[in-house]
Design a protein. Structure first.
Length: 243
């Protein structure tokens, strides 16, 4: 179904079995702070759960309990619950008392609303940046645009989702506004969750992902050229595809 790196499970097991013995003459090291270790595991669990949301392994409308997910990950229930609480704050899941967490069911209308809000935020910023950012700085984003094409070619929606967010975030980061980037990333992530019935936003087939990815390279070419009309058209089409 979904997993975290083997190191996370090993870390938890090691923490459970540690006794603190040391040989004579060996320097005594301070014990690692549990909060730091738990935070690391929670971060890996959160990343795995986010991937599962994008791929549809966590199905809309289904309820998942912390202990069951913890067993799948090979960790304790605590970091799983903490990760799910974070997803609840982001609107991906909702708490079901005494049962666990239900994956929020999303409609096509919600997806269209997210696309509209993203367009209201990102289009004016991109048009402003196109007038002020020199071509060589745009050219520096070429590897990220090409990475989205490679990710799309793999057919893995989770891999593409990550590359897609990285490209958009890098473009917006040129505005020098971290709050803008943070808000845009959250909206973008929500736009990548599956619809009711497991349908992926914008389709999600390999061919559709590749077509969407090539819009990134075309957009970058237009930004380098400073062609505002093409930028406006490309970004509008891009958001209509909910990517």
């Amino acid at each position: 179904m979904f997993s975290i790196s083997p190191g996370a499970s090993h870390t938890v097991v090691a923490a459970r079995n540690a006794r603190g013995e040391h040989t004579h003459g060996e320097p005594v090291l301070p014990r690692p702070r549990p909060a730091v270790q738990r935070s690391s595991v929670r971060g890996q669990v959160l990343a795995a759960l986010r991937t599962a949301l994008v791929t549809g392994d966590l199905r809309p409308g289904e309820v998942y309990s912390g202990p069951v997910l913890a067993e799948r990950f090979g960790v304790s229930a605590t970091p799983v619950r903490e990760a799910m609480q974070q997803l609840a704050q982001e609107g991906a899941v909702e708490v079901v008392p005494n049962r666990g967490f239900r994956v929020v069911e999303r409609s096509a209308r919600e997806l269209a609303e997210l696309a509209e809000v993203r367009a209201l935020i990102e289009v004016p910023v991109m048009l402003r940046l196109a007038r002020t950012v020199p071509p060589e700085r745009w050219a520096g984003l070429r590897p990220l645009a090409e990475a989205t094409v490679r990710a799309a070619s793999s057919g893995c929606r989770a891999t593409y989702a990550e590359a897609d967010r990285a490209f958009h975030s890098a473009v917006l980061a040129l505005a020098g506004n971290r709050q803008l980037v943070g808000v845009a990333e959250e909206l973008h992530r929500r736009a990548q969750w599956p619809l009711v019935g497991g349908g992926a936003p914008g389709g999600g087939s390999r061919a559709e992902l590749i077509a969407d990815a090539h819009e990134h390279t075309a957009l970058l070419d237009a930004l380098i050229a400073g062609d505002l009309d093409v930028i406006r058209s490309l970004v509008g089409e891009h958001f209509n595809g909910a990517e």
